[in-house]
Design a protein around this ligand. Structure first.
Ligand code: IPM
Ligand code: MG
Length: 368
């Protein structure tokens, strides 16, 4: 089959990590007889430099015309980059939010899984890790605080800023259904995370999630307050299967969950709408401090490409092959700097490799 893939390399480490994911996709193409056609699309700082805005209408249309979009990362160092002297709606992040909203990518899946080989990179105690953990964060991506009305103005002589958190029942229902559908294919447990002891939006969230749960009697539902959830992720991550939550809580909890898997460089993500289209990106940022050094971990981007094969193209065997290749390379002891063992004594047992070498190794382990 032939697939049209939009590529948003973006800023910082984005181009380096996307290059490795393409390498792996091309290897999949050669092995399984597919052809991936790529077209570069500008977004973020790279788009600001070229066009003055973080995302043009033309770029949105181009992304929409593809079967899927693979993305690196966008943004720069907020204290030094000229992009952050622009008004907030012209900064790199605004491009990403606009793309998610324009393409109606309401369902964001972020799998946080601890590879056995990365136990040594996990900051949690051995007795907490146990046999490891495997959670799927299902984050609502096009509503809530990040898309509500916001204003900064003087009120009664005081500078005042206001952000608005809005959810309607339909927005909650569609993401809840996705959460339960995914749980059905996993360990059949949904932890819905909210702040229902304070927020009206959370109380509606809880009510609608309970309604949806009635159609999934085989899936266990529990509710958890977000502050408690932040604690439970480091106290007992094994208890989680699917974590279903709204936009900002999911943003925060997914960074936390990624760290307990060893590194944010391991956390892939898929942003989906009601069609087969998806935007696939690592959950980490553009890491401008290490950009161009050839040391960034490309695994999250490679695993995001695997999610693209699975969710947008229905190529399960190919997706399995990518995931197996990642596992093989980790088993063989290859590590980028962020997933090196913490204990000095254990460093000798593994080999530190750079971004391109990691991509070559993973591509090289793909075979039928
Ligand atoms: C993420 C990022 C984005 C978000 C930023 C860059 C707008 O942190 O994908 O988690 O908050 O969604
Ligand atoms: Mg984030």
């Amino acid at each position: 089959m032939e697939y049209q893939v939009g590529v948003i390399a973006g800023d910082g480490i984005g181009p380096e990590i996307v290059r490795e994911a393409r390498k792996v996709l091309d290897r999949i193409g050669e092995t399984y007889g597919h052809k991936f056609h790529y077209e570069e699309i500008l977004m973020g700082g790279a788009s600001i430099d070229a066009t003055g805005v973080p995302l043009t209408d033309e770029a949105i249309a181009r992304a929409q015309s593809k079967d899927a979009v693979l993305m690196g990362s966008i943004g720069g160092d907020a204290s030094t980059s000229p992009w952050y002297k622009l008004p907030p709606d012209k900064r790199p992040e605004a491009g990403l939010l606009k793309l998610r909203k324009s393409l109606k990518l309401f369902a964001n899946l972020r799998p946080a899984y601890l590879y056995g080989e990365l136990r040594e990179a996990c900051p949690l105690r051995d007795d907490i890790i146990g046999d490891g953990f495997d959670m799927m964060i299902m984050r609502e991506l096009t509503g809530g605080l990040y898309f509500g009305k916001r204003v900064t103005e003087e009120r009664g002589g005081l500078m005042t800023a206001e952000d608005t958190l809005v959810y309607n029942e339909e927005e909650i229902r569609r993401i809840a259904k996705r959460g339960f559908d995914i749980a059905r294919k996993r360990r059949k447990k949904v932890t819905s995370v909210d702040k229902a002891n304070v927020l009206d939006s959370s109380r509606l969230w809880r009510k609608v999630v309970e309604e949806v749960a009635r159609d999934y009697p085989d899936v266990t539902l529990e509710h958890m307050l977000v502050d408690n959830c932040a604690m439970q992720i480091v106290k007992d991550p094994k208890q989680f299967d699917v974590i279903l939550t709204e936009n900002m809580f999911g943003d925060i909890l997914s960074d936390e969950a990624s760290m307990v898997t060893g590194s944010i460089g391991m956390l892939s993500s898929a942003s989906l709408n009601e069609t087969k289209f998806g935007l696939y990106e690592p959950s980490g940022g553009s890491a401008p401090d290490i950009a161009g050094k050839g040391i960034a971990n490309p695994i999250a981007t490679i695993l995001s490409a695997a999610m693209m094969l699975r969710y947008s193209f229905d190529l399960d065997a190919e997706a399995d092959a990518v995931e197996a290749a990642v596992r093989r390379v980790l088993e063989e002891g290859c590590r980028t700097i962020d997933i090196m063992p913490r204990d000095e004594g254990k460093k000798a047992a593994v080999t530190q490799v750079g971004t391109a070498e990691m991509g070559d190794l993973i591509a090289g382990r793909i075979g039928k």
